[in-house]
Design a protein around this ligand. Structure first.
Ligand code: SF4
Length: 318
């Protein structure tokens, strides 16, 4: 595989069970795929929106690149472990159809071990060989991939639903989409420019302005929209009222306050004590809901996430 990043990073990602596809994409087994097939426990996306955990393919078309360097990110960032690369130097982009084929092939490889796994639900295992949902969200910023349209369209043509998770710093990539994802997520982790600089460490000065442009763009989408808050103690968890001001202009269908998880490369930047409990997330959610007039529709203590909306109940997508 040809890449612009040091070999050590590729080896580290492979040790962390990333399956690299082409030169800038990757698939990784979500722990809920295992939990669903082996333990009968499913993820919050199944509980909230009806997305089958065992048929969910978690991928990214931008495994090495992002416009931000969030302190809570589990991604390997230039500078981690003293390994550096130019995150703004972009690769030669692979064809979306090749990426999708490669991701499905890797997902099947991930599933091979389950045939012999004790307690694995074999009906679910067989269904899982035909994934139905693409979470374009694993890591990196997917809107940096210039053929995102083709990727979304390619998944939809194959009968997938898609959740696109973006940090919102490239509004033009979102406004130029000719095909919307099934659901669009924008991550918001800071309520003001100074906090954004400290928490999200943007590579470009204009990123805060661009994120705000994206929030203003959100009401123009036909698909359900979500603002995702990744919350860490002593970082951004303490300010639900300030986040409410930012959310107003985006008028999203849902809000998902979710706990920072002390995993991956984020362990180099934050401590275990930064990880909020579910009850802290619930408290944040209920203050935000009160301020905005949203309902608290659902919660998942396992994933430390709550779902807020003006709707009476969430739209089931599958
Ligand atoms: S925007 Fe997402 S991928 Fe990029 S640094 Fe932040 S958390 Fe990581």
């Amino acid at each position: 595989m040809q890449s612009l990043v040091p070999d050590e990073i590729i080896q580290m990602l492979q040790r962390q069970k990333y399956h690299l596809v082409g030169s800038h994409s990757a698939v990784k087994r979500c722990r809920w795929l295992y939990n669903s097939i082996v333990q009968g426990r499913t993820c919050y996306k199944q509980k909230f929106y009806g997305i089958n955990s065992h048929q969910c393919l978690q991928m990214t078309p931008s495994v090495f690149h992002c416009t931000l360097g969030c302190v809570f990110c589990w991604r390997a960032q230039s500078g981690d472990n003293n390994l550096t690369w130019d995150e703004t130097k972009l690769p030669e982009w692979d064809d979306p159809e090749d990426i999708i084929d490669g991701c499905i092939k890797e997902q099947k490889r991930i599933l091979t071990g389950y045939k012999a796994t004790p307690n694995a639900d074999q009906t679910k295992r067989l269904e899982a060989l035909t994934p139905k949902h693409a979470a374009i969200s694993l890591t990196g910023e997917p809107t940096m991939y210039p053929h995102l349209d083709g990727l979304i369209n390619g998944f939809h043509k194959r009968g997938f639903t898609t959740f696109l998770v973006s940090n919102g710093t490239i509004p033009e990539a979102l406004s130029n989409l000719s095909e919307e994802p099934t659901q669009l997520y924008i991550s918001v982790s800071a309520f003001a420019q100074s906090a954004f600089s400290k928490i999200c460490r943007p590579h470009a000065k204009s990123s805060w302005k661009k994120l705000n442009e994206t929030l203003e763009l959100l009401p123009s989408f036909k698909c359900p929209t979500v603002i995702r808050f990744t919350l860490a103690r002593h970082l951004n968890l303490e300010y639900p009222e300030l986040f409410a001001e930012l959310v107003k202009k985006a008028n999203p269908t849902y809000l998902e306050p979710k706990a920072y998880m002390h995993v991956g490369f984020s362990r180099l930047r934050l401590n275990f004590s930064n990880m909020p409990t579910h009850s802290e997330i619930k408290d944040f959610g209920s203050k935000l809901a009160t301020k905005l007039g949203y309902n608290m529709l659902d919660e998942s203590p396992d994933s430390r996430v709550v779902l807020l909306s003006r709707l009476e109940k969430a739209i089931k997508l599958a």
